[in-house]
Ligand binder design. Structure first.
Ligand SMILES: Cc1cc2nc3c(=O)[nH]c(=O)nc-3n(C[C@H](O)[C@H](O)[C@H](O)COP(=O)(O)OP(=O)(O)OC[C@H]3O[C@@H](n4cnc5c(N)ncnc54)[C@H](O)[C@@H]3O)c2cc1C
Length: 494
């Protein structure tokens, strides 16, 4: 096999951005991907393509989305998302543990990186369906998440893959990297199994972008703790922790929240791994407008603690901790129009009834009487003196309840009533490798391992406990691009 300047492990968003950035410098680039082509694209392909990005009003958005029409601009309040707000969101949701240097790089390079992706053929659109509600005839965006890749995750993977092919990057599918070769100090090759045959791929530098370990139940139990073997995997089955293992084996330092992960409320009867035909449709993210009950018929979390973007990634864990690892989300007619489109898919565990008594009787595996009592006490506590407004944290709460609901509390009293069964779906793991601003992988003494770079889910130190929605793809793109450029520079100098 011919020698390459840069070998990239993985073919998700981070890897493909790394490949394109390396290729821009003239480097010869190869991408190694475990999955066969029809299942490739990693977790990236399962996403809706939502990307958190700094923007200063509609002017910046128009640079990203030149297709925005005057009519759209008129009927939409896009607001702005300043760097300070993104940085503060990263700090707040991670309990101020996020590495400030990495977070600053992510935030500071977000817009520039999305514009660069656009120059490579990725198109963007406003996320009207999920991140904006119509008030007084105008859409208003909330929570800092405004942009999605055209065609969602599949569209993003397709656009990046096409750009790679057009620029002469080789992509080997069904090619699982197994080992890094470190000679003297530097990384010089990757050993991989390509369609059953062992390959040694010589390269001046290697970028690891092979995702986390969420699809590996043994590692989940080992690092996240007991019970995590029982979670469903929302995305690809191929993110088994290979990249992390290979790097740790040659002396890379681990970093970040190895006992933490992104996990959400997910259809209780979903398959063990993600289903590309359903994508992210198994998620059930409208809980801020209803309540959640466990097997004992009890509420167990503040469903309205914050905007959905800032709670959904940690509530999967809370559901996993409930008896039987499930919960029911309950809504009434008043809020049914606010439910996201994922509530209307065919593969959903849903019950409806015209009375609360009939509804609780239909909730599988739940103490019906306790559930009825709980809904009644909740209803009695709702502070109806404050107006309900889904676009702002409206402070409409439930004073006096042991488990409060801090915003968007509505009585559940208008039939028909609807309930949806959810369990925990794990998205990706937070623990990763220690990298610096140039995406160089560091060893335990804090020194870069020559020729080794990492990006995407494999980066440790960015996310702890929680995560602001839409940051994974942006982080993958920002650090992938940096890793690709750094790797090509090192390879050229070697
Ligand atoms: C259902 C769902 C919805 C999501 N929605 C969003 C969203 O809207 N916005 C957002 O920002 N984030 C979202 N995320 C998170 C997002 O998917 C990830 O943060 C991001 O895609 C990670 O990109 P990545 O390139 O690091 O990993 P991936 O895209 O997972 O790519 C890793 C690749 O490495 C390959 N690989 C693994 N091991 C090897 C090996 N040994 N050799 C070769 N290749 C290997 C895998 O097959 C995979 O293709 C969502 C995730 C899921 C599952």
């Amino acid at each position: 096999m011919q020698p390459y300047d840069v070998a990239i492990v993985g073919a998700g968003n981070a890897a493909l951005c790394a490949a394109l950035a390396a290729r821009e410098t003239g480097a010869r680039v190869v991408v190694l991907e475990s999955a066969p082509e029809e299942l490739s694209g990693g977790n990236t392909r399962f996403t809706a393509g939502a990307m958190r990005v700094v923007y200063d009003g509609v002017g910046d958005l128009a640079r990203l989305m030149p297709d925005l029409t005057e009519e759209e601009k008129q009927r939409t309040d896009f607001g702005s998302y300043p760097a300070d707000a993104f940085f503060e969101d990263m700090g707040r949701v991670t309990q101020y543990r996020t590495d400030p240097e990495l977070a600053e790089t992510l935030v500071g390079r977000s817009l520039d990186t999305l514009l660069w992706m656009r120059s490579k053929g990725v198109r963007f659109a406003p996320i009207y369906g999920r991140q904006a509600f119509k008030v007084d005839g105008r859409f208003k965006f909330w929570g800092g998440l405004t942009v999605e890749a055209w065609g969602g995750g599949p569209g993003l993977v397709e656009a990046l893959t096409r750009a790679c092919r057009d620029s002469g990057i080789d992509i080997l599918y069904d090619c699982r990297a197994e080992k890094l070769v470190r000679e003297q100090q530097a990384i010089t090759a990757v050993i991989a199994r390509h369609r059953g045959r062992m390959l040694r791929i010589e390269a001046g530098a290697v970028v690891l972008a092979a995702g986390g370990f969420q699809a590996n139940p043994e590692w989940r139990t080992r690092y996240l703790g007991p019970g995590w073997d029982l979670a469903k995997v929302r995305g690809t089955r191929f993110n088994q922790g290979d990249g992390l293992r290979m790097a740790l084996q040659i002396g890379a330092a681990s970093r970040g929240n190895w006992s933490g992960c992104h996990a959400v409320g997910w259809e209780r009867n979903a398959p063990e791994f993600g289903d590309l035909d359903v994508g992210d449709g198994f998620q059930k993210h409208s809980y801020p407008f209803g309540i959640m009950l466990n097997a004992r018929g009890r509420r167990f979390v503040d469903e309205g603690a914050d905007f959905r973007n800032f709670t959904y990634a940690k509530y999967g864990r809370v559901i996993l901790e409930q008896p039987g690892q499930f919960a029911w989300q309950i809504f009434d007619r008043k809020v049914a129009h606010l439910l996201r489109d994922e509530y209307r898919i065919r593969q959903v565990t849903r019950v409806t009834a015209d009375t609360l008594e009939a509804l609780v009787a239909k909730l599988d595996d739940v103490d019906a009487q306790a559930a009825l009592d709980e809904i009644r006490s909740y209803n009695a506590a709702v502070d109806v003196s404050k107006p309900f407004d889904p676009n702002v944290k409206d402070g409409r709460g439930t004073p006096g309840l042991a488990v409060p609901k801090s915003n968007w509390a509505n009585r559940i009293d208008e039939p028909p009533f609807e309930a949806y069964a959810v369990t925990c779906g794990i998205t990706f793991t937070f623990g990763g490798l220690s990298i610096d601003r140039e995406a160089r992988v560091l060893d335990a003494s804090g020194k870069p391992i020559p020729g080794l770079f990492a990006a995407g889910e494999m980066v440790g130190g960015l996310f702890y406990f929680n995560y602001p929605g839409g940051t994974g793809l942006t982080a993958g793109a920002v650090f992938g691009r940096i890793a690709g450029t750094s790797a090509a520079t090192v390879a050229a100098a070697a």
